[in-house]
Design a protein around this ligand. Structure first.
Ligand code: MD3
Ligand code: FE
Length: 203
């Protein structure tokens, strides 16, 4: 079932729960080709969230800043291909939220271990901010925070659970958002982790 979160933002609760095992297998397949890695921010901090990417472009961070690149800066190799099911799912979810013809060229996969968090930030490294972002949550639940258009604005909290899909577009595309520290637990399919897959049109 779908619930509007804010203008341009919709949560499609449990949309992919029944194929959670297949999607997790695809995540592990990508990670076998490009292992999860704790990146270092331009400020020199090790991120508590581990990341990998698939698709034509991948997001990464290093001393030069945040950017989308065709190759993993750490290895010099191209990112693994985006599994066709990922692409279909992203396009279908975006369409369901009113964004026709969404064709992602980048897929970032975040892995959260207990205590891992993502502090409030905006996603604005993509070239065309009229394109939505589709996010898929798998494994342990997490508290998602979304705020306004300035860092200090009040925030709302939403629990994101295994199989939930969120589409962020329109005016919500530039909202500040983050993830509170992950509570330890055991998920029957994902064990000690939460995974989040985001699909973007980066270039
Ligand atoms: C709201 N990921 O990768 S997904 C990220 O759960 C990121 O790993 C979080 O924020 C995670 O950048 C949140 C939901 C999400 C994704 C992108 C957004 C919410 C968003 C972009 C704009 C506004
Ligand atoms: Fe984000």
């Amino acid at each position: 079932w779908s619930e509007p979160l804010a203008e341009g933002a919709v949560i499609l609760r449990r949309l992919v729960r029944d194929e959670g095992a297949e999607l997790l297998a695809l995540v592990l397949d990508v990670a076998a080709q490009n292992p999860f890695h704790h990146r270092i921010t331009p400020g020199g901090h090790r991120m508590s969230v581990a990341m990998t990417n698939c698709g034509d472009l991948g997001w990464s961070t290093d001393a030069r800043g945040y950017q989308y690149t065709e190759q993993d800066q750490a290895t010099g190799r191209h990112w693994p291909p985006m599994p066709p099911r990922f692409r279909q799912l992203a396009t279908a979810a975006a369409a369901q939220a009113g964004f026709a013809d969404f064709q992602p060229d980048a897929c970032l996969i975040n892995r959260y271990e207990p205590g891992a968090k993502l502090t409030l930030h905006q996603d604005k490294d993509e070239k065309d901010l009229r394109q939505p972002i589709v996010s898929v949550s798998l494994g342990l639940p997490a508290v998602f925070q979304f705020g306004g258009f300035e860092r200090g604005d009040a925030t709302q909290r939403v629990l994101l659970e295994h199989g939930d899909v969120v589409v962020w577009g329109g005016p919500s595309r530039l909202r500040f958002h983050g993830i509170l520290p992950l509570k330890a637990g055991v998920h029957p399919l994902a064990g000690a982790y939460r995974y989040n897959i985001t699909f973007r049109r980066a270039h």
